[in-house]
Ligand binder design. Structure first.
Ligand code: ADP
Ligand code: MG
Length: 406
């Protein structure tokens, strides 16, 4: 049975002083698929290992249902927490065939070996491996091994499945298929899942709720749509996918609906446009505009509905259309600009910015670009000199012992 999970102000300081988790609080309703998203080193694995009982918390507490499993002098070992884990590197027992790897999860439950094997076979069939039950892990592909690991996690019917980047060692095509399988199998089982990844698209595709971790802190928790539409900070915005960032001048105040009129601080600016006010501001006359890829449209340069002009720096065929990287006069690029038609490299284009995906944050040096490479796909441009009527610049962004079992 899935139970509510309450993580209350947990800290984790590793021996040596490294503070990997800082006051993380989080409640997870039964049956929720929660994805924790964050860059490498943000504390995702540490949080999952604290939940599993592989690591001890150094502060705060964790309760699963009515039981405190960690904190206040309590530390239940993993096997008493009634949960299962799927790891990045599969972590199968090499000396056991697939069936026994899965059946082993039932051992502790007092299930007989024969019954355990029959249940394991049924589970392996569900994950598409019915015919491979007699194979050793070394005789299985990565994707097949991960299916065995998933079958092992689900067969015990623990109600809580923890996944640590289970797809990251698989190639793209298989990743997509396994993502759908994990999503449907975990949901069919009615289990609560806590799944960690550094991949924003994987997180958004899988999650009922997404939690974003930054340097050991949970900086935002919400449904994917909320995180995309209203990121709590420039960091969250960058980490969840931007076409780029622009320094902007703010013209007037809040228009009463949480939007302001802005003008890009570059010679590439053609006319002002509206943007939504981000969580923390902006407060002054200048801001940093975070632009979602969904908010940029290519349009004719001689029309009257574009806000910026630029030059196509790159075009990539994406099957359902083309993604363009458009360079502005100062060298800043807006990337992932989708259009159904192809515009060739070197052509001048107009860019229209849609308010829904344009968020302004305070501009005070927030223009310093984060270390998130995959978010913006842009590059850091040197601030150009003040140009035209606008001062400033555009900046692109940027487990258990193996005993005998009779
Ligand atoms: N056993 C350990 N001892 C000391 N520091 C650790 C240990 N494991 C992880 N860390 C540190 O804790 C931080 C968070 O690591 P981790 O939880 O693995 O992050 P993530 O899974 O998000 O990449 C990092 O700074 C990492 O170097
Ligand atoms: Mg990790």
């Amino acid at each position: 049975m899935a139970e509510r999970i309450d993580i209350d102000g947990i800290d984790k300081v590793y021996p040596g002083g490294n503070r990997a988790l800082k006051q993380v609080s989080l409640a997870v309703e039964p049956g929720t698929f929660l994805v924790l998203l964050g860059p490498s080193g943000s504390g995702k694995t540490t949080l999952l290992r604290c939940l599993a009982g592989i690591e001890r918390v150094t502060g705060g507490s964790i309760a699963i249902g009515a039981r405190v499993v960690a904190g206040d002098g309590v530390h239940l070992p993993p096997e008493r927490r009634d949960l299962s884990m799927v790891f990045q590197d599969y972590a199968l027992w090499p000396h056991m065939v697939a069936r026994d790897n899965v059946a082993f999860a039932l051992k502790r439950r007092g299930v007989s070996r024969a019954e355990g094997r029959a249940t394991a076979d049924a589970m392996l069939t569900r994950v598409g491996l019915g015919k491979l039950a007699e194979r050793y892990p070394s005789e299985l592909s990565g994707g097949e091994q991960q299916r065995v690991a998933l079958a092992r996690a689900l067969v015990g019917d623990t109600g809580l499945v923890l996944c640590d980047e289970p797809l990251s060692n698989l190639d793209a095509d298989l990743r997509e298929r396994m993502r759908i399988e994990i999503s449907s199998l975990v949901r069919q089982a009615g289990a609560t899942a806590i799944y960690i990844t550094h991949d924003q698209s994987e997180a958004f595709a899988l999650a009922d709720k997404v939690g974003v971790l930054e340097k050991g802190r949970l900086v935002q928790l919400g449904v994917p749509e909320e995180i995309y539409a209203a990121p709590a900070s420039p960091f969250v915005a960058r980490f969840t996918g931007l076409a780029g960032e622009l320094a902007v001048r703010i013209r007037g105040g809040d228009r009463g609906d949480g939007t302001v009129e802005v003008e890009a601080a570059t010679r590439s600016s053609v006319r002002p446009f509206r943007a939504r006010i981000g969580h923390s501001g902006p407060t002054g006359a200048r801001g940093e505009l975070m632009v979602r890829p969904t908010a940029v449209r290519l349009c004719a340069i001689d029309g009257d509905d574009h806000h910026l002009v630029g030059r196509v720096a790159d075009v990539a065929f994406r099957g359902r259309g083309y993604e363009h990287a458009v360079e502005l006069s100062c060298g800043t690029q807006l990337s992932n600009v989708f259009a159904e038609r192809r515009v060739e490299r070197g052509e001048s284009v107009g860019l229209r910015l849609e308010m829904s995906g344009c968020l302004v944050f305070p501009g005070d040096g927030a223009a310093t670009i984060g270390s998130v490479e995959n978010a913006a796909g842009g590059r850091l441009a040197d601030a150009p000199p003040a140009e035209s009527t606008l001062a400033g610049a555009l900046q692109a962004s940027a487990v258990e012992e193996v005993g005998s079992w009779k």
